[in-house]
Design a protein around this ligand. Structure first.
Ligand code: PXG
Length: 461
């Protein structure tokens, strides 16, 4: 089949996630057929540097034989069995043990799911169950953040703070409230990042008091917001949030779906920020995206209550702890560890990317270049001195993203924020290439946005 054949069938039968179906049908989708290392190949033979590690998940890079072999061996031995009804199997047991060894020491239990969204549905169930068992059934409210992302199921969407999702998918799950996000470039200009971080933490306390200080069960947040725009909170933010949560005895849920498994240079983003979460939803990098698997890492406080006092927990998925997915995830964690991938992000690649990425800050349409570990963002602006954004109708971010794709780089846009999160096995020279391709796309974006009106005035031949 040729590219057009795939596109025609895709248009006829396939509804894509987070997609304007009609617009994509008219445009035609890009058909990705192969991948190796940090590079994709499409059906036209183009080579594309995958600056997004798939969808923030292919931490070990593409084409790892060991993961293929782990899957094959498990498929032959026991492709599927469930973990309901008092059964288990070696891959689920060994993966649970491995995860607890890697996690902070107060985390010693895992509940498996098929995805990050299911992990957050599980979080919601566990949090409410925990407080009910503690004799505090009125402690039900969960506080999330505007522009936070926790998945696309009804609970995931409700915990997240993506306004367009709420507008389409509502009414949301009741008992979930949101506070402002610690997005300094977008919302905190005019004050120092540190003061802004404290103000955002103060918003948490204000919300708790508004809802009733005995009625708030948990706070959920990503260590660094991923889908919201690679937003690293000011350094003052997390310490201040921790204090508020301790004051009102509120559980902390740290969503590690993107930050987990090395993205920020630690096994978990929580370790980078010194957090002690009660619950940590994980997915994506857990298997480097080779097979779908997620889970909730459960701290001792919640686990002991659920185990000792809970009786049967009426919750679970057909694919909870799926043996083949678990075998691949285990091998993935072993390889990340044996190859020192996480340490390399912390000690070498993170600072290398930071230095190279910062060189883009001089670009005339870049208002801020920020990075942490192997996650980075650029804020596109029309006026560098005032930080004024481009007119929304220009679609600057999408234009830049499309130009990147056309020149061989996947860089994602969230509005006019450009994001990268490449595989953690990326090499220094590949980072150089990524930054160079990004620079060229910025040049071309700037040229088109600033010259477009003049071009219309030029006489046509
Ligand atoms: N939590 C976080 C922090 C996520 O980033 C989920 C939960 C849900 O995971 P699943 O496996 O159910 O998708 C995510 C997923 C994007 C993008 O465009 C990000 C995600 C998913 C799809 C697109 O940035 N994150």
């Amino acid at each position: 089949m040729q590219t057009q054949d795939y596109q025609a069938l895709d248009r006829t039968h396939h509804l894509h996630p987070f997609t304007d179906f009609k617009a994509l049908g008219e445009e035609g989708s890009r058909v990705v057929t192969h991948a190796e290392g940090v590079y994709l190949r499409d059906s036209e033979g183009n080579r594309i540097l995958d600056g997004m590690a798939g969808l923030w998940c292919v931490n070990l890079g593409y084409g790892r034989r060991e993961l293929v072999e782990a899957a094959t061996a498990q498929l032959e031995q026991l492709p599927y069995y469930n973990t309901f009804f008092k059964t288990t199997h070696p891959p689920a047991v060994r993966l649970a043990e491995k995860l607890c060894k890697l996690a902070p020491s107060h985390i010693n239990q895992v509940f498996f799911t098929g995805s990050g969204s299911e992990a957050n549905d599980t979080v919601l169930r566990m949090v409410r169950r925990y407080w009910a068992l503690k004799g505090r059934p009125d402690k039900q409210w969960i506080i999330g953040r505007e522009n936070g992302y926790h998945g696309s199921t009804l609970a995931g969407m409700s915990l997240g703070g993506m306004a367009p999702m709420h507008a389409q998918g509502g009414p949301c799950v009741p008992g979930i409230a949101h506070i402002r996000q610690p997005y300094w470039f977008g919302e905190g200009q005019g004050m120092s990042p540190e003061a802004f971080g404290r103000e955002c933490a103060a918003a948490l306390e204000a919300k708790i008091l508004e809802l009733g200080e005995d009625r708030v069960a948990a706070f959920i947040a990503e260590p660094v917001q991923g889908a919201g725009g690679a937003i690293m909170p000011p350094e003052s933010y997390w310490p201040a949030v921790k204090k508020v949560l301790a004051k009102y005895d509120i559980l902390l849920v740290v969503d590690e779906v993107i930050c987990g498994f090395g993205r920020l240079g630690e096994w978990f983003g929580s370790q980078h920020y010194g957090l002690e979460p009660d619950l940590m939803p994980v997915a994506k990098g857990l298997s480097s995206g080779y097979l779908p698997i997620g889970g909730v890492l459960v701290g001792d406080r919640v686990a002991e209550t659920l185990v000792e006092e809970g009786g049967e927990f009426f919750h679970g998925f057909t694919y909870s702890g799926h043996p083949t997915c678990a075998a691949v995830a285990l091998k993935n964690l072993e390889l990340l560890e044996a190859e020192g991938v996480v340490d390399r992000v912390r000690e070498d690649l993170g600072s290398y990317l930071a230095e190279r990425w910062a060189s883009l800050a001089d670009h005339p349409i870049v208002g801020e270049a920020r990075s942490l570990g192997l996650m980075a963002a650029l804020e596109l602006v029309a006026d560098k001195t005032t930080g004024q954004r481009f007119d929304k109708s220009l679609g600057a971010g999408n234009l830049c993203r499309d130009l990147c794709f056309a020149s061989g780089l996947v860089m994602r846009s969230v509005g006019d924020t450009m994001i990268i999160a490449p595989p953690l096995v990326i090499r220094r020279e590949e980072i150089d290439e990524l930054v160079e391709l990004a620079r060229r796309a910025l040049d071309e974006t700037a040229r088109r946005l600033t010259h477009a009106p003049h071009m219309q005035e030029e006489p046509t031949a």
